[in-house]
Design a protein around this ligand. Sequence first.
Ligand code: PGA
Length: 234
Amino acid sequence: MKIIAGNWKMNGSIKELETMISDLNSIQTQNTVIICPPFTMLNKGSDKVSIGAQDISAHDAGAFTGEVSGKMLSESGVKYAIVGHSERRMYHSETNEIVAKKASNAIENNIIPIICIGETISEKEDGKTLEIIESGLRGSIPTGASKDNIIIAYEPRWAIGAGLTPTSDEIALAHDLIAKILESMNLAGAPILYGASVNGDNALEIMSISNVDGVLVGGAALKSEKFIPIIKAI
Ligand code: PGA
């Protein structure tokens, strides 16, 4: 069984989400399917499709205009929350420390954080990919994490939305390292997703790589005709 999560970013509408959920309800799959739509559409899940948020506040409550707490998300039926997505790290200056606080807030509210890590193009060119993966993991996973209450997503930042993917060997190297580091943190078995430019054509190959437990999909998760082939690939 694999985990297939769709990140809608700031796209879609309630009507489009309802269509997607109804399309997903009609397919047979053993895989876990998650859709992470914008905050205004969070109460739309079904037995077959879980809903995730794209962010969560690092704070519990109070004077934090524009933020949404773990308790509020949980009350809306949210089961997962993406934390530390590269676009949050890039446009909102989120550091590993902030990401760890957000992940901790999720866990405290019975929401599974999907903790994103990955290298930029300059870090890749400088040969720092594995170093960034290690510091991202050690810095972004909060105390209180267990193998059952977190998901890791390795997303090479240069490949997101770019139609580019690392080679299968590069993905295997990254995921094997992540598995090893998780083991050293007593988190062996926590699911590890790959994300960045996943589509119906490459999903099977990517999900067949060792230590790839599923995928986090952006652009190809917006329409059922592109998302369903990824769910059905394996
Ligand atoms: P992409 O996005 O599939 O469009 O590359 C992935 C992501 O941002 O999670």
